[in-house]
Design a protein around this ligand. Structure first.
Ligand code: NAP
Length: 257
């Protein structure tokens, strides 16, 4: 576990972002730090990127820490939240870490890959939500907060011929978002999901060349989105002063696809 901590005080409390080393998570970390959160970003493999991101936020006078934890391991999730506790009051969780499991038709699915996929994309967000709720819920003496889950347009489109298995995990994200929002609203916790469309990140590395652009061209906005365009939605949903009456929302940010 790697920790870096500056002395700059936070205004918004602590936001824990899983998968904060690159892509949408890294963009969210930068924006949230600039908006006044102390950012606890969790990463698995990309230590250098995570440390450089924290260093750049600290250079801007923000407060951030990079925490190495594999979210498919319950103990590592719990340890990551304990590190975040040392930074201040948790006010926001962004369940962002995710994998696709790779391109595969149904007849070629591999059970070990599915176990890993479900563990990272479905089990981990539920376990992270559990840890966040223990800290944020008024039922447990907390002062409320926000959970934002990263779903995908794939939850509705199904990703036939590419990654139906991945789309199914995002359908689960939509269901848990609605259920948690209904369960936790009275406890001061808002729960929402963002459903990005094709966003330019490494998650698409397994796709055949050109497939992402081709998909994006068929959308009304006709282009691939950027991680910043999703980060802005996540940070808005996380901010109780901005999105105070929004919960159980599945926000499409997919260029109309
Ligand atoms: P990405 O660029 O591939 O980044 C994935 C992030 O998740 C990395 O920070 C990675 O950490 C982390 N991660 C993966 N497995 C992990 C594990 N077991 N434990 C801890 N961290 C782990 O992905 P992205 O495109 O930014 O996607 C972020 C989220 O948005 C995902 O949930 C994805 O399904 C969703 N989404 C993305 C798109 C898109 O077009 N990009 C569209 C719809 C939904 P390391 O780098 O340290 O390994």
């Amino acid at each position: 576990m790697v920790q870096t901590l500056s002395d700059t005080p936070a205004d918004h409390g602590v936001m824990l972002i899983t998968g904060g080393s690159r892509g949408i998570g890294a963009a969210t970390a930068r924006l949230a730090a600039a908006a006044g959160w102390t950012v606890a970003l969790v990463y698995r493999d990309r230590r250098l990127e995570a440390e450089e991101l924290v260093a750049s936020m600290e250079a801007d006078g923000r407060r951030a820490v990079a925490i190495r934890a594999d979210v498919s391991d319950e103990r590592q999730i719990m340890a990551a939240f304990e590190v975040a506790d040392s930074l201040g009051r948790l006010t926001a969780l962004v369940n962002n870490a995710g994998i696709t499991g790779g391109v595969s038709r149904i007849e070629a699915l591999d059970a070990a890959m599915l176990d890993s996929l479900l563990s990272i994309n479905v089990r981990a967000p539920l376990l992270c939500a559990r840890e966040a709720v223990k800290r944020m819920s008024s039922r447990h003496g907390g002062a409320g907060g926000s959970i934002v889950n990263l779903s995908s347009g794939a939850a509705q489109l199904g990703s036939a011929g590419v990654w139906v298995h991945y789309a199914a995990t995002k359908g689960a994200i939509d269901s848990m978002t609605i259920g948690m929002a209904r369960e936790l609203g009275a406890d001061g916790i808002r729960v929402n999901a963002v459903r990005p469309g094709p966003i330019d990140t490494e998650i698409h590395a397994d796709r055949p060349p050109g497939q992402l652009d081709q998909m994006a061209r068929s959308a009304p906005l006709g282009r691939v989105g950027t991680p910043d365009e999703i980060a802005r939605v996540i940070v808005w949903l996380s901010d109780g002063a901005q999105s105070s009456y929004v919960t159980a929302a599945l926000v499409d940010a997919r260029g109309g696809l």
